[in-house]
Design a protein around this ligand. Structure first.
Ligand code: PLP
Length: 411
């Protein structure tokens, strides 16, 4: 019987391409996913993924909270839940925003299956084929992919000072962007943070041209130093900002929980869009997460995560100073999970990748994050996942591979 099914499927494959929708044809496999396959070999020191450190997962507390939820709340915790999410968890998110001066209410928040789903919901709600999205250069690859799957055109802005001109020109050409997509804090991939002036400027441009702003904030609370800057939703008074949040980097990614904070009318539509995607986000996970906050574990746990990543960031920067050859530059992120390396202009990170793999160290090509195909001489480096010792060893190996590449280029 099984063999029969296998034959049936394989006879279809010949014409399969004709069956896919235009959107499916537009979906491209991520360069990162392909490279991650290589980088997952056990002997490789991988700076490639964007994974939190597993030793920071609060396993003991989660065991206790899971038991509590099962013993006292199983009828709800194991049942389907409301599409908009667990009421207590929504309240917790709202309370946190209100403490920051955002006049949010529960009706402004929907719980999502982490922020990747927020991105997909936003794309679904606002993008028609051929629409324009303005994004940063570089920007988060999986967001660019999601927008592309809805057949939007991305226009990248390298320097924030150019934003007004870029948006103004698009408006004049009849290609007014549907939204500006920004990651204001410790950006993926660059590690860069928007200054207060830049934040105000993004909002000012958006207001003047009547464009929405989508701010993606997964790393916002992972600040190692310096003053916390207001989120765009804190500075906004118009309801033009849609904020995406996630528990992935500040708690655990495996629960797949995040949230979307926006104008009530957007949330109403988002609930309908989400219904068709997954009916509701994992209910058991939401119950445990709400307990994690209500029993005051969150802040303490976040402090531990920040301290651990700060130490790793410091170690990584020291290793770069020690080992990297002249001509290589890198960002110094004040938080988050990534820093971004730039090779001399003439070098291509693709050529480096093979040399690096031979040295058993992996990274992600910066080019993948550039919607205009630029950034060929850039690399994204993650510092959260590996131990500090392996981070240093990895930088040493990477520097060796870069020296080889530089040598090859001059020979
Ligand atoms: C900028 C940005 N947005 C969204 C996501 C998606 O994360 P999650 O779906 O786990 O919330 C990531 C993940 O790395 C990210 O870097």
């Amino acid at each position: 019987m099984l063999i029969f099914v296998a034959i049936e499927l394989s006879t279809m494959v010949a014409n399969l391409q004709e069956h896919f929708s235009d959107s499916a044809h537009n979906m491209k496999s991520s360069a990162i996913r392909e490279l991650l396959k290589v980088s997952q070999q056990p002997e490789i020191i991988s700076f490639a993924g964007g994974l939190p450190a597993p030793d920071l997962f609060p396993v003991g507390i989660l065991k206790k909270l899971a038991m509590e939820a099962l013993e006292t709340d199983s009828a709800l915790a194991l049942q389907y839940g409301p599409t908009e999410g667990d009421k207590r968890l929504r309240e917790i998110i709202v309370e946190r925003y209100r403490r920051e001066g955002v006049a949010a209410e529960v009706k402004n928040v929907i719980i999502t299956t982490a922020s990747q789903q927020c991105i997909d919901i936003v794309a679904k709600l606002f993008l028609n084929p051929g629409d324009t999205v303005v994004c940063e250069l570089p920007s988060y690859l999986a967001a660019l992919q999601s927008f592309a799957s809805y057949r939007a055109n991305m226009v990248g802005v390298r320097h924030k000072r150019d934003l007004d001109n870029v948006v103004g020109k698009l408006v004049a050409e009849g290609r007014k962007p549907k939204f500006i997509y920004v990651i204001p804090d410790f950006q993926n991939p660059s590690g860069a943070t928007l200054s207060l002036d830049e934040r105000k400027m993004v909002l000012d441009v958006a207001r003047r041209h009547d464009v929405l702003v989508v701010e993606d904030t997964p790393y916002r609370e992972l600040r190692f130093e310096g003053e916390t800057l207001p989120a765009l939703c804190q500075l906004d008074g118009t309801g033009q900002v849609i904020t995406l949040g996630t528990f992935s980097k500040i708690f655990v990614p495996g629960f797949r929980l995040g949230w979307l904070l926006a104008h009530e009318d957007i949330i109403t539509k988002a609930i309908v869009a989400k219904q068709a995607m997954d009916l509701c986000s994992p209910v058991f996970d939401q119950k445990i997460t709400a307990r994690f906050f209500d029993q005051n574990y969150f802040e303490e746990n976040l402090k531990k995560i920040i301290a651990a990543y700060r130490e790793k960031r410091d170690g990584m920067l020291a290793a770069f100073e020690k080992y990297m050859p002249e001509g290589v530059t890198w960002t110094r992120p004040q938080g988050g999970l990534f820093l971004f390396l730039t090779l001399p202009e003439a070098l291509d990170a693709k050529d480096l990748f093979d040399l690096a793999i031979k040295e058993n160290v992996a990274f992600v090509l910066g080019e993948a994050f550039h919607c205009d195909g630029s950034g060929k001489n850039t690399l994204r480096i993650n510092f959260s996942y590996m131990s500090s010792a392996l981070n240093e060893e990895g930088v040493k190996r990477l520097a060796k591979a870069i020296r080889q590449l530089m040598g090859n280029a001059t020979n």
